[in-house]
Design a binder for this molecule. Structure first.
Ligand SMILES: Nc1ncnc2c1ncn2[C@@H]1O[C@H](COP(=O)(O)OP(=O)(O)OP(=O)(O)O)[C@@H](O)[C@H]1O
Ligand SMILES: [Mg+2]
Length: 322
C-alpha cells in the first residue's frame, strides 16, 4: 500500500481478458461467470446485502429504488451502471445507512444497519460521494483527510501517518495547507478519496470517481483502487457512466434502470446483451464497437471489450503469417 502506483498503467490490463474463441453469435460468451475465484469469493456471508429495498423521496410518487436485491462478497470489484436518475447514488447512500429504506433491509457483514451499529457500519463501508462539495468541508486539506481517522479515535501519530499516506496515494502531497474551496473540482475529488482511504474501510464505495478527472488522475484513481483490492482485499463498488472503464475494473456489473436492478453479470455477459444496453441507455465500450463494425463488413471477428483481448483477436484474424 505504501508503494506508489504507476499512474500510466491501465488498471487491470491483461486481466479479465475474454476467451479467444468466438461464440456462435460472434460474441464472447461470458468467460468468467462462475470462475473459481468468484466461486471462492461467494462462499460465506456477503459483506453487503440488500434485501427487498424500496426507497421513495418525500413528495414524490415514484420509487427511486424498487425492490432491489443484491449481495456483494468480500474482495469483489463491482461496477454499477445506469443512466442519469437510474438510482445509483440513492442505492449507494443506503449502503452505510446515510438514507433509510422505505422498506426492506440493508445488511453489512450479515448485520442489519440500525441506529446502534450505524457508526461501525460507516467505518466498515466508506463512501466517496458523487459531489466532493458534499464531503470535503474542513478549512484545510490536511484537516479534511484527518477528520475520519480522528473520529475513529485513533492516536495523533497514527492520524498523521494515515493522512500523509492517503495524500501520497492520491498524488496530493504538498497540498496539506491548501483550502479545499480553492482547489479544482478534480483535486477536491481526490481529497474526498484520500479522506476515505485514511479510514481504511473494508469496503470502498465510489460514486462516479472518475467524473471530472483528467485522464492521468482518472487512471491514477482506478489504478490505486485496483491495487487496494488486489493487495489489501478491499471490496470495491463503483458507479460510472464510463462503459470503457468497466471491463478493466469490474468482475461483476449491476445495471440499474428506473430504480430497478435490471441485470447482474460479468462484463462479458452485460456487454453481450444489446437489448439490455438499449433499455438502460448504455452503450458498448468503444473497443467493442470496432468489432461490431468489422462484423458488419463480413469479417469473422468475435466482440472484444478490452484493448488486450482486442489485440489478440486482431492477431488471430490476421493469421500467423502476418
Ligand atoms: N434528494 C432528493 N430528493 C428528491 N428526489 C431525489 C433526490 N435525490 C435523487 N432524487 C431522484 O431520485 C432518482 C434517482 O436519483 P439518483 O441521484 O440516485 O440517480 P443516479 O443514478 O445517481 O443519477 P446520476 O447518474 O445523474 O448521478 C432521480 O429521479 C432523482 O431525481
Ligand atoms: Mg448519481
Amino acid at each position: 500500500m505504501k508503494q506508489k502506483s504507476d499512474p500510466m498503467k491501465i488498471p487491470g490490463e491483461g486481466k479479465n481478458v475474454p476467451g479467444e474463441h468466438p461464440g456462435e453469435n460472434g460474441r464472447n460468451e461470458g468467460s468468467n461467470p462462475e470462475n473459481p475465484d468468484r466461486v471462492e469469493k461467494k462462499n460465506g456471508t456477503p459483506i453487503l446485502e440488500v434485501k427487498n429495498l424500496y426507497h421513495r423521496y418525500p413528495h414524490l410518487t415514484a420509487n427511486a429504488l424498487d425492490n432491489i436485491n443484491l449481495k456483494i462478497y468480500r474482495g469483489e470489484r463491482v461496477a454499477v451502471l445506469g443512466a442519469n436518475g437510474a438510482g445509483k447514488s440513492t442505492l449507494f447512500k443506503h449502503l452505510n445507512g446515510i438514507l433509510k429504506p422505505l422498506s426492506g433491509d440493508m445488511l453489512v457483514k450479515g448485520e442489519k444497519i440500525t441506529k446502534k451499529n450505524v457508526r461501525t457500519c460507516r467505518e466498515t463501508v466508506g463512501i466517496v460521494f458523487q459531489d466532493p462539495d458534499d464531503q470535503v468541508l474542513a478549512p484545510s486539506v490536511e484537516e479534511d483527510v484527518a477528520f475520519g481517522p480522528i473520529n475513529m479515535g485513533l492516536p495523533r501519530k497514527e492520524v498523521e501517518a494515515r493522512v500523509k499516506e492517503a495524500l501520497e496515494m492520491v498524488g496530493l502531497s504538498g497540498f496539506e495547507e491548501r483550502a479545499p474551496h480553492h482547489l479544482s473540482g478534480g483535486q477536491k475529488k481526490l481529497v474526498a478519496i484520500a479522506g476515505i482511504l485514511a479510514m481504511r474501510p473494508e469496503v470502498i464505495v465510489l460514486d462516479e470517481p472518475t467524473a471530472g478527472l483528467d485522464p492521468l488522475s482518472s487512471t491514477r484513481v482506478l489504478d490505486l483502487i485496483m491495487k487496494m483490492n488486489r493487495e489489501l482485499g478491499i471490496t470495491l463498488l463503483l458507479s460510472t457512466h464510463d462503459v470503457d472503464v468497466v471491463p478493466y475494473f469490474a468482475e461483476r456489473v449491476f445495471v440499474l434502470h428506473h430504480g430497478k436492478l435490471e441485470a447482474d453479470g460479468s462484463p462479458e455477459e452485460i456487454f453481450s446483451d444489446p437489448e439490455l444496453l438499449k433499455k438502460a441507455h448504455l452503450r458498448l465500450p468503444r473497443v467493442a464497437e470496432v468489432f461490431e463494425l468489422l462484423r458488419q463488413e463480413g469479417i469473422n471477428a468475435s466482440i472484444q471489450i478490452t484493448a488486450e483481448s482486442a489485440k489478440n483477436e486482431i492477431m488471430r484474424i490476421m493469421g500467423p503469417e502476418n
